[in-house]
Design a protein around this ligand. Structure first.
Ligand SMILES: NC(=O)c1ccc[n+]([C@@H]2O[C@H](COP(=O)([O-])OP(=O)(O)OC[C@H]3O[C@@H](n4cnc5c(N)ncnc54)[C@H](O)[C@@H]3O)[C@@H](O)[C@H]2O)c1
Length: 247
C-alpha cells in the first residue's frame, strides 16, 4: 500500500521533542523526507542523525528570522517542492495578569505567532501547488484559562492565521489548517503540572475520553491535515482535546 507521504518533502520545527517529534516520527513512517529544525540541536541529532529520510537537521531559534531563512535555504538546496510545513514551536510562561512583563509578552508572541508566521512565509516560494500548512494552536486559543492571558491570545492569533493563510493561498493550491490540542503528555505539560499528581489527576478527570492526549494522537491529526487525505479541508481547525471543551 502506498504510504500517505511517500517521498514527499516536509518541514517540521520543534521536532526534537513532544508533539513536533511525534509528528516527525509518524511522517517518517509514512514515507516523508524531512527537514527538521529545533533549538535543541543535540537532541535533534540524537533522534535523526543517520536517518536516510532526514534531509537536514537545522539548529534554529524559531523567534529569529535569520534562522528561519536557513530552513528556506535548506529547502531550496534540495531542488524539490515542499508538500507541507508544520511550525510546531510554541509555549509561554504563565503569569497572572498583574505580573505579565513586556519581556514575557514579546517572548510568548514571538514563540507562538512570529515563529509560525515567518516559518511559513520563508518557505512559501518552495511549496508545491498541492501542499499544506499545519499550524498548532491550542484549546487555550478559544478559552480564557487563568494565568495564561498572553499564551491564550497568541494561540488565538495562530488559529486566525490558519484562516488567513487558507484564504490568501487557496488559489496557489496551498491549504492551511490548525490543530488545537488539549492537554497533551509532553515535557511542556510535565513542566506545567510540576510533579503535582493531584493537578494531573484533576486534569484527567476533566477529560471525558479518560486519558491525557499522547503526542502520537496529535501526530495522527497532523498527518491527515498534511496529506491529500484532507484535500477538501482548508481554513479549518481540528480540536483534539479528548472532549475537554465540550464536557
Ligand atoms: N503539550 C500540550 O499540552 C499542548 C497543548 C496545546 C498546544 N500545544 C502546542 O504544541 C506545540 C508543541 O508543544 P510541546 O508540548 O510538544 O512542547 P515541548 O516543550 O515538549 O517541545 C517543544 C520543542 O520545541 C523546541 N523549541 C522551543 N523553543 C524553540 C525555539 N525558540 N526555536 C526552536 N525550537 C524551539 C524545543 O527544543 C522542543 O524540542 C506548542 O506550540 C504548544 O503550544 C501543546
Amino acid at each position: 500500500m502506498r504510504k500517505s507521504l511517500d517521498k514527499e518533502l516536509v518541514v517540521v520545527t520543534g521536532a526534537a521533542n513532544g508533539i513536533g517529534r511525534a509528528i516527525a516520527e509518524r511522517f517518517i513512517s509514512e514515507g516523508a523526507d524531512l527537514i527538521v529544525a529545533d533549538r535543541n540541536i543535540d537532541n535533534a541529532k540524537k533522534l535523526y542523525e543517520g536517518n536516510r529520510q532526514v534531509v537536514d537537521i537545522l539548529q534554529v531559534d524559531a523567534t529569529n528570522v535569520n534562522d528561519l531563512e536557513k530552513i528556506a535555504e535548506s529547502v531550496r538546496r534540495t531542488g524539490r517542492k515542499l508538500k507541507a510545513v508544520l511550525p510546531i514551536v510554541g509555549n509561554g510562561p504563565t503569569s497572572p495578569i498583574s505580573e505579565v512583563t513586556p519581556e514575557q509578552f514579546h517572548l510568548t508572541m514571538n514563540l507562538n505567532v512570529f515563529s509560525a508566521f515567518f516559518t511559513v512565509q520563508k518557505v512559501l516560494p518552495y511549496m508545491s501547488d498541492k501542499s499544506s500548512i499545519v499550524l498548532i494552536s491550542s484549546i487555550a486559543g478559544f478559552q480564557g484559562g487563568k494565568n495564561a492571558i498572553i499564551y491564550n491570545a497568541a494561540k488565538a492569533a495562530v488559529r486566525s492565521m490558519a484562516r488567513s493563510f487558507s484564504g490568501e493561498l487557496a488559489e496557489k493550491g496551498i491549504r492551511a489548517n490548525a490543530i488545537s490540542p488539549g492537554p497533551t503528555d509532553t515535557k511542556a505539560f510535565t513542566a506545567f503540572v510540576q510533579g503535582d499528581d493531584e493537578l494531573r489527576d484533576h486534569i484527567v478527570s476533566q477529560l471525558p475520553i479518560g486519558h491525557i492526549g499522547q503526542p502520537s494522537e496529535i501526530a495522527a491529526v497532523a498527518l491527515f491535515l498534511a496529506s491529500d487525505e484532507s484535500s477538501y479541508v482548508t481554513g479549518a481547525e481540528i480540536i483534539a482535546d479528548g472532549g475537554f471543551t465540550n464536557r
